[in-house]
Design a protein. Structure first.
Length: 101
């Protein structure tokens, strides 16, 4: 089990900070980037408290199918402003917009 600590929080947020405008990454993708495969939920938990650590482009992280975060009402609008395309109201077009990291 992975223990959440300040170093891990900043590692996750640093990876999220690298996602370019107009692209999205999945929670699992971020977990893999930091060497914590199978910890996608932990990434989601950290992103839910990211405001305590500064401003990060957390709106660029979606689930593996491109689904938006259910309680992040501004996420869709922010992604649209960056040119991200959608398959439907709640799903980003992952084939078109997934970050190739």
């Amino acid at each position: 089990m992975t223990t959440l600590n300040e170093d891990l929080i900043y590692e996750i947020l640093s990876a999220v900070e690298e996602i370019p405008a107009g692209k999205v990454a999945s929670y699992g993708q971020i977990a893999q980037l930091i060497g914590k495969d199978r910890n996608a939920r932990l990434v989601g938990k950290v992103l839910s408290i990211s405001d305590y650590y500064g401003e990060y482009p957390c709106h660029r992280v979606v689930n593996h199918a491109g689904r938006l975060a259910p309680h992040f009402t501004a996420q869709r609008e922010r992604l649209l402003e960056e040119g991200v395309t959608f398959k439907d109201r709640n799903h980003v077009d992952m084939k078109e917009c997934q970050w190739d990291c």
